[in-house]
Write a protein of this length. Sequence first.
Length: 134
Amino acid sequence: VQMRLLAGFQKGGLTDREARKRFLQEFSVQGVSCSNSEERMSNPKIAPSYAEEEVMRADYWAMQVQGDLYAVVPSAKLTYDSAHHAAGGMMEAFVSNFEAGHTYRQIRVEESAYFLKRGGRWSVAKKGQLRLSE
């Protein structure tokens, strides 16, 4: 599943609307975002709370692997910056080469993260790995 997801995500970078739409349909993608990002901006010690979000507005895209386990990648439309890294919960979900003060438009998913979905609540089960470039 992860290999198919990564291959679909990496192919062409999903830069156009039609490619994203095909990817979302093919993988039955669910949208997820950090629902307490505003609180985390003022207090970064608060743990991220992930919740389902409309897929085209979401920061994360999740595909069911088995039962409550989902492979998760950043949304293809995401621009990775300090706000997403810290307040948006990306640093809890992914290991990356992020450096403060930089904005990254290219995100290569080297390994998807794994989230658990239980009772409408999402949590990180295993961090993924990203390679970021400007």
